[in-house]
Design a protein around this ligand. Sequence first.
Ligand code: GDP
Ligand code: MG
Length: 399
Amino acid sequence: MLEKSSKKLEKTVLVGIVTKNQSENILKEYLEELSFLTFTAGGIVIKIITQKMESPDPKFFLGKGKMDELYAYNKSNDVSSVIFDDELSPAQQLNIEKFLKCKIIDRTGLILDIFAQRAKTSYAKNQVELAQYQYILPRLKGLWTHLERQKGGIGMRGPGETEIETDRRIVRNKINLLKKKLVSIDKQMSTQRGNRGSLVRVSLVGYTNVGKSTLMNSLSKANVFAEDKLFATLDTTVRKVVVENMPFLLTDTVGFIRKLPTQLIDSFKSTLTEITEADLLVHVIDISHSNFQDHINSVNFILNEIKADQKPVLLVFNKIDKYKNDKENIKDVFDIEYEDKSLEKLKNNLTKSLEKRPYFISALNKTDINKLKKELYKKVREIHITRFPYNAFLYPDVN
Ligand code: GDP
Ligand code: MG
């Protein structure tokens, strides 16, 4: 994992492959995101290595020629880690590490590292630790093979095996302990959630870095940490918000990301409980990002995984102020080709192709926040008066 102690950015090489299932363009986007993740973790990308292949090499992931190239490059450039965009098998990771003699990290390991760095509450810390142990467990086998080879086979099997068995037992015990701890915190938290009464709950969901926390700050007076890095924080923040006298609870959640392994979603399920218990979701999308459609799909995928895909959703396209500068990068939405790539045209196209009316805002500049507030009020009111029918007169209907 990347060390955070030194302020110097760690020199990093990224590796990705073009396959039948992964075109050159898609790889480019993944690698851009991986660079950003690397930066978030404290590294700087000095080279990117890509290869076209049928499927990854089972031993070294890359072909032999590329591995030699990588070795030579690392040697003359003092590279401290090589980060692979895809998940490596425990055996691949070990083989590559031995060959290149530097830290080898895959996307999952990198994401876990960032989560670990950013977890603040003990709850979040426990969840990351659990995910990390689950990630390490199958990789201990590699470690064993490693030791066995170093020491030679005969006579070493006993101690080697004992060592690995001990390690495994320790890790398994830790996993069980963490699971128990999380169950008990879950209970506490669900009691806390119960105590919040029947106030309507709204959850901000969306890809990471789209502006959820910024929007939370614009809608409430909360001071939620927002920065231009992926996963600014793992912890959810809940605030009571009042719009036109109407109180409701607003939750800022962790951002989703592509290629998040299912096993990881599993360890973060509790974090996602806020979403499964919400009455209304506000799906925030960064309209200035060239690949926002893919982001929408990833978010919907995870919502589906946690069975929250049937909830009412308000689609909010954020960062309209930034779109102007980046419009050359914008692709055709929903495969509709169009020449005019102005924001207005894009808005029209989106409004036409989406089932529900989307909202277009700038959370940073507070542009059109009031329109969104009005819609939120309407939606929250609908739910609120089903719970407190005698309160209806307090909240006038708006159109
Ligand atoms: P989150 O990961 O979804 O919570 O995103 P954040 O709220 O942390 O925002 C990520 C980055 O985007 C920060 O640097 C924000 O200042 C920036 N940002 C958020 N909303 C806007 C916006 O409307 N316009 C622009 N230009 N930047 C924004
Ligand atoms: Mg945030």
